[in-house]
Design a protein around this ligand. Structure first.
Ligand SMILES: *Cc1c(COP(=O)(O)O)cnc(C)c1O
Length: 367
């Protein structure tokens, strides 16, 4: 089976974990500190590490003072993590529609969802695209809203390095562009937000991050707000540091596959492509395509029978009991019915990509 997603981890990552084991300090300490410094350098923006991408989003919202009674507008087409991070703060996740071609937040629909309780927009970089983010940033600024970006898919996008932004949230889970096994990060130039998250990830204990970075503990301290056990461990950071050093290598592997896909699929009229992914600026994850909705199931079965794994990213959140909307989101419904993700991971060879292309071609020849 050619896998949809798969991390590329090996000897170097194992060696890095061994070093942490030898130090016998597994919690949050020197490795996390170093990972934060290296991420800050890479992204050209101050970055703090947390337990996972969901925790990053939740802490970012809470650092903005968002909670009960507030509303956060988020596209329905995203992993349920985006929604859960919002509702975990006590705020309401207000689902909005997406653009029918990009799957990104539809600003015209956002305008319909605004109320006096709206405090923030969560912009999701679906399939590594950042499309209309500048427009969304301008809109948020104009309306006095916070902009928290779910950048779980877009780590390494060239236009996000040193970019104007309010808050960017990353995921380092097992499938993402850079993995730490599990992990997340928040990047922002806002010192207040950074400081709130540094304490918030360690039960709100003031200044505990700095102590732990020096392998010390806080025995007497103050807590001024609700906190969580959302810190990153040195074991995870050790993996993440190696992956970050390998970024170019992993990026090139993903790009080579994506370029082969674009070259082949451009001549297959049945396949809808997400055009931004063709840009060399994009570090792609995952690789969804659009197929005619009445063919999707047959397409997935056909590929599966021939050893090619596929997926549906993502089941719309406004269809879920917990996040059901009293209004329709027709563009989300329409695009979801066509979405099929095909394999893209740094362990794949170009022969694997060739096999995927061949099987996809065979399917569409029958139509
Ligand atoms: C992976 C992902 C997250 C959550 O990240 P975790 O590290 O798995 O908690 C959030 N949003 C999107 C779009 C994701 O793909």
């Amino acid at each position: 089976m050619i896998r949809l997603s798969c991390p590329d981890v090996g000897e170097q990552e194992l060696q890095a974990i061994a070093t942490v084991f030898e130090r016998a300090y597994l919690g949050m300490s020197k490795e996390v500190k170093a990972f934060e410094e290296e991420l800050t350098d890479f992204l050209q923006m101050p970055t703090v590490c947390v337990n996972n991408g969901t925790g990053a989003l939740q802490l970012a919202l809470q650092a903005c003072g968002i909670g009960r009674g507030d509303e956060v507008i988020v596209p329905s087409l995203t992993y349920v993590a985006s929604f859960q991070a919002i509702s975990a703060t006590g705020a309401n996740a207000v689902a909005c529609d997406v653009d029918a071609h990009t799957g990104l937040m539809d600003l015209e629909d956002v305008k319909k969802r605004l109320t006096p309780r709206t405090k923030a927009l969560m912009y999701v970089h679906y399939a590594s695209q950042i499309g209309n983010r500048q427009q969304v940033l301008d809109f948020a600024q104009e309306k006095g809203l916070r902009l928290i970006e779910d950048a779980a898919h877009s780590f390494g996008h060239a236009d996000l390095i040193n970019a104007p932004a309010d808050i960017l949230c990353w995921s380092f889970d097992g499938l993402k562009n850079v993995t730490a096994g599990e992990g997340g990060g928040v990047s922002t130039n806002n010192q207040e937000v950074l400081s709130h998250i540094r304490d918030g990830r360690l039960l709100g204990v003031e200044g505990d991050s700095q102590k732990r970075f020096n392998q010390q503990r806080s025995w007497a301290f103050d807590v001024k707000h609700q906190g969580w056990r959302f810190h990153m461990s040195d074991v995870m950071a050790a993996i993440g540091r190696v992956q970050l050093r390998r970024f170019q290598e992993l990026h090139q592997k993903r790009r080579a596959i994506v370029e082969a896909y674009f070259k082949a699929f451009r001549s297959m009229p049945w396949i809808g492509l997400f055009e931004e992914i063709a840009s060399p600026k994009v570090s792609p994850y995952p690789f969804p395509v659009r197929v005619p909705s009445d063919q999707r199931e047959a397409f997935q079965d056909f590929l599966k029978e021939r050893g090619v794994e596929t997926g549906r990213l993502y089941y719309p959140n406004h269809w879920l009991t917990f996040y059901k909307t009293p209004y329709e989101l027709p563009q989300t419904d329409a695009i979801y019915a066509q979405l099929t993700a095909i394999p893209l991971n740094p362990k794949m060879t170009l022969e694997d990509a060739g096999r995927v292309i061949e099987v996809v071609g065979e399917f569409f020849k029958k139509l």
